[in-house]
Design a protein around this ligand. Structure first.
Ligand SMILES: *[C@@H]1O[C@H](CO)[C@@H](O)[C@H](O)[C@H]1NC(C)=O
Ligand SMILES: *[C@@H]1O[C@H](CO)[C@@H](O)[C@H](O)[C@H]1NC(C)=O
Ligand SMILES: *[C@@H]1O[C@H](CO)[C@@H](O)[C@H](O)[C@H]1NC(C)=O
Ligand SMILES: *[C@@H]1O[C@H](CO)[C@@H](O)[C@H](O)[C@H]1NC(C)=O
Ligand SMILES: *[C@@H]1O[C@H](CO)[C@@H](O)[C@H](O)[C@H]1NC(C)=O
Length: 187
């Protein structure tokens, strides 16, 4: 099985030391896009707390904006609003986080600098262009999945679908590359 498929399905594989695995140092800001069945490169956005995928402007919320990420210490990802893409919300410099291994929560979100526990806010690594997370055991996973929200073409971004019985959930990959024009209509 392809390494990436294994990572997405949560099957442990040895990728440490792989030349493809890169830790991104702070460089220029980048956006993240979700790809999966019926999701053709929808951007990651937030209202300042939860992570969503889709077009921020579809949500009637002045705090909702597409995220531009930059690498922080310990491979954390710091999030600022991309105001070119829409709203100019009040939040900035939030820390991206996935639930930790023992958490029953599936929610991916953003926090202020002081993390109040219950989540992993560091060790995000890229396998090529795919965003993965390294947990405290040193395992690298890409367990992203999307769940439709009440709004048309807006999904919540979640982590680790084990024990989540939501029927409409869709496994997705997160990539730093935007969709091509032809896929764009699918967003
Ligand atoms: C910000 O949004 C604009 C307009 O959608 C887009 O062209 C640009 O690539 C985005 N920048 C980042 C860093 O995501
Ligand atoms: C958008 O939000 C504003 C303020 O909360 C509200 O007045 C308006 O009715 C909402 N519009 C839609 C289409 O939901
Ligand atoms: C995923 O969730 C299961 C069940 O809650 C848990 O046993 C496992 O450790 C989690 N995996 C990761 C990588 O968080
Ligand atoms: C961040 O801090 C501000 C000011 O204390 C607060 O209003 C906001 O809700 C916080 N955001 C998050 C995501 O915790
Ligand atoms: C952004 O947040 C990071 C991590 O909390 C912090 O180290 C950095 O100083 C902050 N930058 C700004 C401009 O506030």
């Amino acid at each position: 099985m392809h390494v990436l498929q294994s990572l997405i399905l949560g099957i442990p594989v040895v990728v440490a030391g792989s030349p493809m695995l890169i830790e991104r140092s702070p460089t220029s800001p980048f956006a993240l896009f979700a790809y999966g069945d019926g999701i053709g490169g929808a951007p990651v956005f937030t209202d300042g707390e939860s992570a969503y995928i889709g077009r921020a402007t579809r949500l009637n919320d002045s705090e909702a904006a597409q995220v531009q990420f930059i690498g922080g210490t310990d491979n954390s990802l710091l999030a600022s609003p991309n105001t070119t893409a829409g709203n100019a919300p009040t939040w900035s410099n939030l820390t991206f986080m996935v639930p930790d291994m023992t958490s029953s929560s599936h929610q991916v979100g953003f926090a202020n600098s002081t993390i109040s526990g219950g989540g992993s806010a560091s060790e995000f690594v890229f396998y090529g262009d795919f965003l993965l997370h390294k947990n405290t055991d040193g395992d690298i996973n890409g367990l992203w999945y999307a769940v439709p929200s009440d709004e048309d073409r807006i999904w919540t971004l979640n982590w680790n679908s084990t024990d989540d019985d939501t029927e409409e959930k869709v496994l997705v990959t997160l990539k730093a590359t935007p969709p091509s024009r032809t896929m764009d209509k699918n967003i």
